[in-house]
Design a binder for this molecule. Structure first.
Ligand code: FAD
Length: 488
């Protein structure tokens, strides 16, 4: 049964007894400073620029959790659809950076989408300087690093809290052609201001003894690249968000698929999101529903005057996790250079899903628990998240091509402590996310289509969305991500 997700027996949630509204151009303008949970927000004036009717602040009310939740109305400043890394970090950014109230809705629970499968690379080495996602990714990494530092400043260990490790990244190749390409990449990354270095086959052997690339091979090395653990990070972000529950600024509605919306009969603007259990009024609505965003928007606007087609589609990925792996040690995160081509592959128009072949590129990391995580596959297979054993075998074999020790081991021996993660990356055919308002609807925003980089780009995306909603000057040019011209 769908229910409102409450966080602790004593947690409050909001009921709307007497939904009221009043006209206001500017919702709030105030100074705010917080150092809560790893967030030091400089004093600044914030103002919600979405120019329409404001809902009242939700009123906290006690909820025992034992009564069935009845269909009812609640009002918030911002309603976010999707509790993946994108939706949750947007919620966090509103909570720590403004005094707006936020509701997060999900058809299931956090990490049930792509986020739960993510390997956790917060990497620049495989990004192309000058590409349209470069600045957003760079900004986002700054924010992740800042968050990790602040957590440390507050006496906590980012390794424990986020699974945060500054491992450095090795983008590796085995042929003379790969090596030439990697040298060129190092040159470009250095020119773009990053510390990057080319490592020859021999140099690689001394820094990463388990890795073998052959005498012609080499690697691009970016020592500043990091990794996080998606599950720990989400747990931390949820904790931050939930710390705003008691002051009446945050609520979660999990296991509640969004089923419809309400629009103003006069202006056509979106006023509320309907879920299976509730109607959630919001001054602004953000859809961060990952690869489901296209069908959701179709369902919400089908037959209306809003003509929109968010071309995001699911790109299935498998990861193989070998728990408590002690047969070898990895000092860095690894990725084979072929991954870059597959990540950036743009679906030629006219090709259908089935015409896309499976690709498997070696990625390998050790996480904070000593698990070896091997990846990864990419394929268009609709919305299926079924584990495919043939793909797992493929991943294992590919990893063995780079990490010879694995060839001495049999995957069968790991049946007990083997886990497989499958996720659907939200793929956009033009290779960049959609972050911006729905054309024609100034109070409804999209944040989706991050494909294989959603963890990496999350904090930058969250900042971008919040800046848009509040009317702040953007930290990063947001025009490449606009829905206008791409989704309609
Ligand atoms: C194998 C694999 C490895 C990856 N590795 C990395 C990596 O190393 N680094 C990196 O940066 N990224 C990585 N990614 C990509 C990253 O995981 C995604 O880009 C990111 O998780 C997308 O987040 P999201 O919040 O947009 O989507 P999701 O996590 O999919 O969240 C969307 C949410 O929307 C909810 N939803 C959908 N429809 C509805 C509805 N109708 N009503 C209510 N809720 C709804 C879903 O239940 C879901 O919880 C990887 C992905 C995979 C699959």
């Amino acid at each position: 049964m769908a229910s409102m997700a409450l966080n602790s027996p004593s947690a409050n949630h909001f009921v709307n007894d007497g939904y009221a509204s009043f006209s206001r151009v500017r919702l709030c303008s105030f100074s705010f400073e917080s150092s809560l949970y790893g967030c030091k927000i400089p004093k600044r004036q914030l103002s919600l620029s979405v120019n329409e009717t404001r809902t009242t602040r939700p009123k906290p009310a006690c909820y025992s959790g034992s009564e069935p939740v009845k269909a009812s109305s609640h009002s918030f400043d911002v309603v976010i659809v999707g509790a993946g890394i994108i939706g949750l970090t947007i919620a966090r950014q509103f909570l720590i950076g403004s005094d707006l109230s936020v509701a997060v809705v999900d058809k299931a629970i956090p990490c049930s989408g792509a986020t739960g499968a993510g390997q956790g690379y917060i990497w620049m080495v495989h990004k192309n300087p000058g590409s349209q996602t470069w600045e957003l990714t760079k900004r986002s990494h700054q924010l992740w690093k800042r968050l990790a530092e602040t957590i440390r400043d507050q006496g906590m260990d980012p390794l424990q809290v986020l699974g945060w490790k500054r491992t450095g990244s090795l983008l590796v190749g085995r042929t003379p052609g790969d090596s030439m390409m990697l040298r060129e990449r190092v040159r470009q990354l250095s020119e773009a201001g990053l510390t990057a270095e080319y490592l020859s086959s021999n140099e690689l052997l001394s820094v990463e003894p388990a890795l073998l690339v052959g005498s012609d091979g080499g690697a691009a090395f970016v020592p500043g690249d990091c990794q996080l653990d998606a599950l720990r990070t989400v747990a931390y972000i949820e904790k931050v968000n939930r710390s705003f529950t008691l002051e009446g600024r945050y609520a979660e509605f999990y296991h509640e698929p969004v089923t419809g919306l309400e629009r103003s009969t006069s202006s056509g603007k979106v006023e509320a999101i309907r879920t299976s259990n509730n109607t959630l009024y919001g001054k602004a609505v953000v859809v961060a529903a990952g690869c489901w965003s296209r069908s959701l928007m179709h369902d919400l606007f089908g037959g209306s005057n809003v003509k929109l087609d968010v071309l995001v589609k699911p790109r299935k990925g498998h990861l193989l996790v070998l728990e408590n792996f002690n047969s070898l040690q990895l000092n860095h995160g690894l990725m084979e250079v072929g991954y870059v081509d597959y990540e950036n592959a743009i679906l030629p128009s006219g090709l259908n899903d089935q015409s896309q072949t499976l690709s498997v590129s070696m990625t390998a990391t050790m996480d904070t628990m000593g698990n070896l995580i091997l990846g990864s596959s990419r394929q268009f297979a609709g919305f299926s998240t079924e584990v495919e054993d043939s793909i797992i075998l493929h991943i294992w074999k590919r990893a063995g091509d780079f990490i010879p020790k694995l060839k001495e081991l049999s995957l069968k021996n790991f049946m007990k402590n083997r886990k497989v993660r499958v996720g659907l990356r939200p793929y956009m055919p033009d290779g960049k996310p959609v972050i911006g308002h729905v054309p024609g609807l100034s109070n409804m925003f999209l944040a989706t289509g991050h494909e294989g980089g959603g963890l990496s780009m999350a904090l930058g995306t969250a900042e971008m969305v919040v800046d848009m909603v509040l009317g702040n000057p953007p930290h990063v040019d947001n025009s490449p991500f606009a829905a206008q011209g791409r989704c309609c």
